[in-house]
Ligand binder design. Structure first.
Ligand code: DC
Length: 238
């Protein structure tokens, strides 16, 4: 990759937890002068809103009523991802166990998906309006949010490897319990009726079980280049 090359258009990075999606998507965006959108953070902020309102995450009507009123804002700078819920920075809180447990049922509610997918599409269209690029990570980006994305990557890894990565990341010793939680979330995210997690038919699937982040990043970079998605930075462009 030449210095000064910048991404044009959308790269969709989907896959389950623990595949290295976030790190790869952020680093890819930073290295290509692109924006970065973490759609999982938006669902997590919605789940936090539901918990704070005292609503039951398993009650779709109550969930929709709360989420419609939530004001969720996400930043798109890959160096400093920001998530605000009703004006408050919740970047740390949305990674906690309470939100992680509530996010799958909340994100399965179709009204929640409608609201957040519409917001995601607005952010993506702003980022790409004048020839810019954005790397978007989630579960349904290539299949639903941006079905015409010029590059879709679907990352996978064995459940054992994903649990080990998550446990190391969160400083948890009980890897077996982390694995059960990861598998539970996979089942809910893949089994829901409203846009379940799945690889788009034209996605490039990449098994990261035996690869480190640098290797995955190199592979995705290569795909970006071979698809002709980079152009030299315009002088003076920010
Ligand atoms: O990527 P993450 O673990 O932060 O995502 C949290 C949850 O949000 C995940 O369990 C499923 C949901 N999600 C989704 O349904 N669709 C997306 N595009 C992104 C995340």
């Amino acid at each position: 990759m030449q210095q000064g090359d910048r991404l044009r258009g959308v790269v969709a990075v989907d896959g389950p937890a623990g595949t290295g999606k976030s790190t790869v998507a952020r680093r890819l965006a930073a290295s290509l002068g692109a924006r970065y959108l973490d759609t999982g953070a938006m669902y997590r902020a919605a789940a936090l809103g539901v918990l704070r309102a005292g609503a039951d995450p398993a009650e779709p009507t109550a969930v929709s009523e709360v989420v419609v009123r939530c004001h969720i804002e996400v930043g798109t700078d890959p160096e400093t991802p920001r998530v605000l819920l009703d004006g408050e920075d919740v970047a740390r809180e949305i990674r906690g166990p309470a939100v992680t447990a509530a996010v799958s049922p909340v994100s399965a509610v179709s009204r929640v998906r409608e609201l957040l997918v519409a917001a995601q599409r607005r952010i993506i269209s702003d980022a790409t309006a004048s020839g810019g690029g954005i790397v978007v990570e989630g579960r349904d980006i290539g299949s639903v949010v941006v079905p015409d994305a010029p590059l879709k990557v679907f990352l996978t890894a064995s459940a054992a490897q994903r649990a080990a990565r998550r446990a190391a990341q969160d400083g948890v010793e009980d890897v077996a319990e982390v694995r059960r939680a990861v598998e539970r979330r996979d089942r809910l995210d893949s089994g829901r009726a409203a846009s379940p997690m799945c690889a788009a038919a034209d996605a490039v699937e990449l098994d990261t079980t035996a690869l480190d982040v640098d290797a995955v990043l190199a592979r995705v970079h290569e795909l970006v280049v071979t698809r002709g998605l980079t152009g030299l930075a315009a002088r003076g462009r920010t």
